[in-house]
Design a protein around this ligand. Structure first.
Ligand SMILES: [Fe+2]
Length: 470
């Protein structure tokens, strides 16, 4: 059965996942987190494991190795500098040489050109993909949908999706190309990182910064979701996502021999592997401001118009990766959460528009206010630069039919999101040729009729409460 936006005049509850405590503490599925965005944090799994007074003593407590992970250049201004110190049982460098991974991952792209992608201004929409039946872990389940730029040039972005059913086993992934913003849609993710563990449920997001090693377990089996990758700058949080609601893991480590442990490194869009005999999650303590983190989207504080018209969707930006141009994003992560609609004599759904930015949309649960059907949880759409889009025919007609006296309504049971970029995405050939492509998408607008009439007079304006000059 198809999910739809639920309009309800009464209050509705925030989306909640089983096992999530809501009493205000940081416990989640038995894990403890540290609160704050962009802060310099510290955590130690063994008391006294963090060196005091200096970062790199001759001998670290417990015989640990000191290792720095830097997310910005050494010469970045201090206010932008991001780096962390990890105190680990063995340093990351202790591994055999990297080799090209075999078999190659054919559908993971960080270099967008004519060899792997096409361009089209057509409105595109995909139905949700089926999770494969054969064993597929997070890495093998990743596939790129679209993107622009180059990881070699440190400028660009990619939109990936994943469909997987198996936990990563005796291996960890490391993305040298950029940051991953992971948006699970089906199934929780248990993500082990060098800073500790994160449990990320649908309705939450995780950011794994460039260079962190991580492994994804799938406790719910079949799992599906979206990933935005930024090939350069670092995400910043917008004001309506409170800093305290971003949480980082607490130090956690595993020790002992792990023969044949494989590091899978994405580097220049290619996958390489290196073998080592220990887990990379051997960090006993760490400190710094370069950390993985997660965020519960239900904690976002949405704003909306309180009188007329429809706010620009940028008001709902959770995270932004800026470019050098003020106000122009390499990638914005924008959400459309449950909220009240109260505008008077206003067409309340998103307005028809053409945008100089390009918009990739996904749906985590429920329905989306601008599409009566066809845009499903786990599905996706892409409206590229200057491609017209907006509410479908059913939504337009139902909205007008509802009339001006509709009163306050609450949109419930919905969590749509958008990855918005100033770059024009190229679309991977397999995404264009996907059996899940909705080739009838354009028809959702072809039913829009002309309502133009020369009979329309100032009377309509008066009925709409609009005062016009003579
Ligand atoms: Fe749009």
């Amino acid at each position: 059965m198809e999910s739809k936006v639920v309009l309800n005049e009464r209050s509705c509850h925030r989306h909640q996942e089983a096992g999530k405590k809501t009493d205000g503490c940081d416990l989640d599925g038995g894990l403890a987190y540290i609160s704050g965005f962009g802060n310099t944090l510290e955590s130690e799994a063994l008391a006294g494991a963090l060196p005091r007074g200096q970062n790199s003593p001759l001998v670290c407590p417990y015989g640990l190795y000191a290792e720095q992970l830097s997310g910005t250049s050494f010469t970045s201004p201090r206010k932008l500098n991001q780096r962390s110190w990890l105190y680990r049982i063995k340093p990351s460098v202790t591994h055999e040489p990297f080799k090209a991974r075999t078999p190659r991952h054919e559908r993971l792209v960080s270099e967008f050109d004519k060899s792997n992608s096409c361009t089209t201004p057509t409105q595109l929409r995909w139905r949700p993909v089926d999770v494969p039946n054969s064993p597929t872990d997070f890495v093998d389940g990743l596939y790129t949908v679209c993107g622009a730029g180059s990881s070699f040039l440190r400028h660009g972005f990619a939109v990936h999706m994943y469909a997987a059913n198996t936990s990563m086993d005796n291996c960890a992934f490391c993305n040298a190309d950029g940051d991953f913003l992971i948006v699970p849609q089906q199934g929780r993710l248990w993500i082990s990182t060098e800073c500790g563990k994160l449990q990320v449920s649908p309705g939450e997001i995780a950011v794994i910064p460039q260079g962190f090693r991580f492994a994804v377990a799938l406790p719910d089996g079949p799992s599906r979701g979206y990933v935005a990758e930024i090939l350069a700058p670092i995400f910043r949080a917008n004001g309506l996502a409170a800093p305290r609601d971003f949480v980082a893991p607490k130090a956690w480590f595993e020790e002992g021999s792990r023969p044949g442990y494989t590091i899978i490194q994405k580097f220049g869009g290619e996958l390489f592997t290196a073998i080592q005999d220990f887990s990379p999650f051997n960090v006993v303590a760490w400190h710094g401001n370069y950390v993985p983190y997660k965020y519960d989207l239900s904690k976002f504080c949405p704003y909306n118009t309180v009188l007329i018209d429809h706010s620009d969707p940028s008001i709902n930006t959770v995270l932004t990766a800026p470019t050098d141009k003020p106000g122009v994003a390499l990638l914005d992560f924008v959400i459309f959460p449950p909220r009240w609609l109260v505008a008077e004599h206003t067409f309340r759904p998103p307005y028809y528009h053409r945008n100089c930015m390009s918009e990739f949309m996904g749906l985590i649960y429920g329905g989306y206010e601008a599409k009566a059907d066809g845009f499903l949880p786990g599905g996706a759409s892409l409206h590229s630069c200057m491609t017209p889009h907006g509410p479908d025919t059913k939504t337009f007609e139902a909205t007008v039919e509802r009339g001006n006296e509709v009163g306050p309504l609450k949109i419930c049971n919905t969590m749509a999101f958008m990855f918005e970029s100033c770059l024009i995405p190229r679309i991977c050939t397999w995404a264009l040729e996907s059996p899940y492509m909705d080739h009838e998408y354009y028809q959702c607008w072809t039913g829009l009729r002309s309502h133009f009439s020369h009979e329309t007079t100032n009377r309509d304006c008066v009925e709409n409460g609009i005062q016009r000059g003579a």
